[in-house]
Structures are given as C-alpha cells and as structure tokens.
Design a binder for this molecule. Structure first.
Ligand code: SAM
Ligand code: SF4
Length: 427
C-alpha cells in the first residue's frame, strides 16, 4: 500500500514537472513515506528522518516531508522532534501534496494535514511512474472498519472507503494502454469492496469487469479477509481467465481462543473450509498467509495450534511476525503479555518449519511447464530474465532476447528456497 501511495505521489509531482533523482543529495524535495503497523518500521522511518537533518543544514532550500501512517499518528509532534521538517501528511491527505509544496515554497510555512475522513484519491492520470514496467498495483479501497485488537490501521488510515468502480476500470484501462500487463488490486481488505454499503458492483463484480479489459493478461488482488470470502468470489477463480491462481489470505493464529481475542471474526474451522472450497475450484492455487506469534494470552498450546495449522494447510509462503504493541489498540490492555525471548523462540520455530514447507512446495514444481510473465533482466547473470508464475513465484531463466512483457513457457528445473530456476521452452 505504501509503495502504491509513493507511486501516486511520484505521479502527482511528475505531472507538475518535477523529475526523480537517484541521488538524495541532489533532491529539492524528499518525502518519507512511513508505516506504523509494527514498531520496528516506525523506528526505522524516524531514524532516517533524523539523518536528513544534516543534509538540510547543507541545503536549507530543500523541502522534507514525512507522510503516511506514522505522520498521522504523531502529527505536529514531529515538528518538535525534527526542527528541519516542513511537511507532515496523513495517508488520506497525500493527494493534495502539490498544493502543499507550492505553499511551502511560496511562504516558508510548515504544513500538517491529518484529516482522516478525507476522501482518498481519484487517480492522478498519465502514469509516467509506471513507464517501462510490466506490473502495477491499483488501489481500490482505503482504510479499514475491522478493528482487529492488535492493529493500528483503522486509527491511521481511517474508515473503509471503496473507490468508484468506473474510476478503477478507467485507471486499469489506462495502465494497460501504458504497457502494464498485470494488475494487482490492493486495499486493506479488497474482498470487502462495497460490502458494507449500497455501492455496486461488489468485489466479484469488479473482478468480472476488469477481466474484460483487452490486453490485461493477469489480474491479482491482495489482501483478502477470510470473513468476507464469498462463494461468488471463489467461483471467479474457476471462471475469469485473467485471474491468477494465488491468494494471500491472512490467518493470524491457529487458535480459536486467540482469533477471538484478536477480533478476527472467523474460526480456524471456517478458515480451513474457505481454503478447501478454493482448492476444489482451483486445485493449482498458491496460498500465502500472515501469522502473528506472541499475542497477549497466547499460551504454548495456542502456539502449537498455529504450528499444526501450517502443517495442515501447507501454505506456499507465510509472512510471520512477533506481536508488536501498537498505540490505540485494544490488545495493549490485554493480560498475558508474552516475553520478548519467548516471542522470538516461537517465531524461529514457526519460520523454520515454514521454510521447509516452502522449499518442498517449490521443489514440487520441478519438471512442470509454467507460464511466466517476464518482468525484466534477472540480477545474477547477464543473460538472465526474471518473471513470475501464475502462482506468484519468481522464476529466473536464461534468454538471449529481451522478453520483457511477454508470457513465455518455462520448464522448472529447480525449486529453491525463494525462487525457481527454469529453462525457456518457446517464445
Ligand atoms: N488487512 C489485512 C488482514 O486483515 O489480514 C492485513 C493488513 S496488516 C496492515 C498486515 C499484517 O501485519 C497483518 O496481516 C498482521 O499479520 C501484521 N500485523 C498487523 N498489526 C500487527 C502487530 N501489532 N504486531 C505484529 N504484526 C502485526
Ligand atoms: Fe488491521 Fe484487521 Fe483491518 Fe487487517 S482487517 S487492516 S489486520 S484491523
């Protein structure tokens, strides 16, 4: 989401005639986009902001802004902490950044905009920031109404708002006409699109509309919430030719007790049932998930249930995190805090087992022919190309020609821990 927001800002500024520079010391404007989902990300962003002060002393005309979730959370206090800071914008206020920059340039004022109810974008057209790229994100909603007891998102990104389907369709068409072959729809819970309002279409209807765009080879979406995963959405995996067989469906815990404390709105049983139905519709589907260890009240036996769950489901990949206490959230008041060392132990055990499962999953693809969308040159060897399978796995293979943007057939020769090695079959 933050990557996407940064792209939006780049586009707004490109439209105003600014250029991007790869050298920070040459920049007239530096915007730091921040994440506050976990404490570590927040700390990193603030350390980086502090380091820019010395650059600003050398270049006083430079404008420095902190935007995003940390900006929303800390607000004006950032001006006290960083006297050289010019701009603080919450995630719902980034769309007017050009106007704020002009005001700062004209009058030397400092601006802080934190209206959490502000309407999210309409898209800044032209899409120069995706030039030369094959894949793109496309935001379809902003905010979240779920209030999971550990999560800061509803407090920093505000209430859920779905963007108009017509705008999304036009933006997708525009991206495709700018060379994009694969679009990933993004939002905190994309499958909740228009679900709690009278708006139409709902998420499956939106997917159907986008599937009709000529030239759009692949459609993906992330993240989905298990409690809003409808039958109609499952059917889309059997029906829509552009929809890739991959879902990212965060489980968060394998213990019903912990899921309830987390306020997730589903049980382990109902999660497994969704997975079974998706696998029945699309047996080749790749499934990835998120899981938190060390949530307050998570006992050894609850953690064991998380381990059993990953054994039972066999995720293709898992993003796992130590519980991090976040401001405003209900879980900060919960008893049964898990000690740091124990959280780390649980994380290591979980990650080690998942690494084995991921490797076996990747090795199981050896000998198969995969359709790969080529995204560009690989990093390792000069003739190497890289792309992704429909299941979202990275494949590296040798190719003499520049195949960027093409769908090619690749035979998988080796399944590695984080990628696949392949052999080009035809063009
Ligand atoms: N909306 C998505 C969902 O409900 O699954 C996830 C969005 S959240 C920004 C991304 C992931 O960060 C979550 O799935 C969760 O695993 C993790 N996360 C969020 N808050 C956390 C916290 N306080 N401590 C550790 N991990 C956290
Ligand atoms: Fe956070 Fe829960 Fe909303 Fe996901 S659904 S963004 S975890 S509050």
């Amino acid at each position: 989401m933050n990557k996407y927001d940064s792209g939006t800002i780049s586009q707004i500024l490109l439209n105003k005639g600014y250029e991007q520079t790869p050298h920070i010391q040459d920049a007239h404007i530096i915007i730091i986009n921040t994440c506050s989902v976990r404490e570590k990300a927040e700390a990193k962003a603030l350390t980086f902001t502090g380091r820019l002060s010395s650059l600003k002393r050398l270049r006083p005309d430079m404008i420095v802004g902190v935007i995003g979730c940390v900006a929303q959370e800390k607000g004006m206090s950032l001006f006290q902490r960083f006297p050289s800071l010019d701009l603080v914008l919450g995630p719902r206020n980034i769309y007017r950044i050009d106007e704020y920059l002009s005001r700062i340039q004209r009058g030397g004022e400092r601006i802080c905009a934190l209206d959490i109810a502000a309407d999210p974008l309409l898209f800044p057209r032209y899409n120069g920031h995706v030039r030369g790229k094959v894949t793109s994100f496309l935001k379809i909603m902003e905010g979240c109404d779920n209030f999971c007891s550990y999560c800061v998102v509803p407090y920093v990104r505000g209430r859920e708002r779905s963007l108009p389907a017509k705008e999304i369709f036009d933006e997708a068409t525009h991206l495709v006409s700018n060379g994009i072959k694969e679009i990933t729809l993004i939002g905190q819970n994309v499958n909740s699109y228009n679900i709690r309002n009278s708006g139409s279409p709902k998420f499956p209807g939106l997917l159907r509309q986008l599937d009709s765009i000529t030239g759009l080879m692949r459609l993906r979406f992330t993240t989905s919430h298990p409690k809003d995963f409808s039958e109609e959405l499952i059917d889309c995996f059997g029906e829509l030719s552009s929809l890739c067989p991959h879902i990212h469906l965060p489980i968060q815990s394998g213990s019903d007790k912990v899921l309830q404390l987390m306020n997730r709105g589903y049980t382990k049983e109902s999660y497994i049932s969704v997975i079974e139905r998706i696998r029945k519709t699309r047996p080749d589907i790749a499934i990835t998930s998120d899981l938190i260890v060390g949530f307050p009240g998570e006992m050894d036996e609850d953690f064991e249930e998380s381990l059993q769950l990953i054994e039972e489901i066999q995720f293709d990949n898992l993003f796992s995190f130590k519980y991090s206490e976040r401001p405003h959230t209900k879980a900060t008041q919960f008893p049964g805090k898990v000690e740091g060392k124990e959280k780390q132990r649980r994380l290591s055990v979980l990650q080690e087992r998942q690494r084995e499962i991921t490797l076996l999953k990747n090795m199981a693809l050896e000998g198969t022919i995969q359709e790969v969308l080529v995204e560009g040159a690989g990093k390792r060897e000069s003739d190497q190309s890289t792309g992704r399978t429909p299941g979202n796995k990275v494949v590296n293979f040798s190719a003499k020609d520049d195949l960027k943007g093409h769908l090619v057939k690749v035979r998988i020769v080796k399944g590695l821990q984080n990628s696949l090695l392949g052999e080009l079959r035809d063009i």
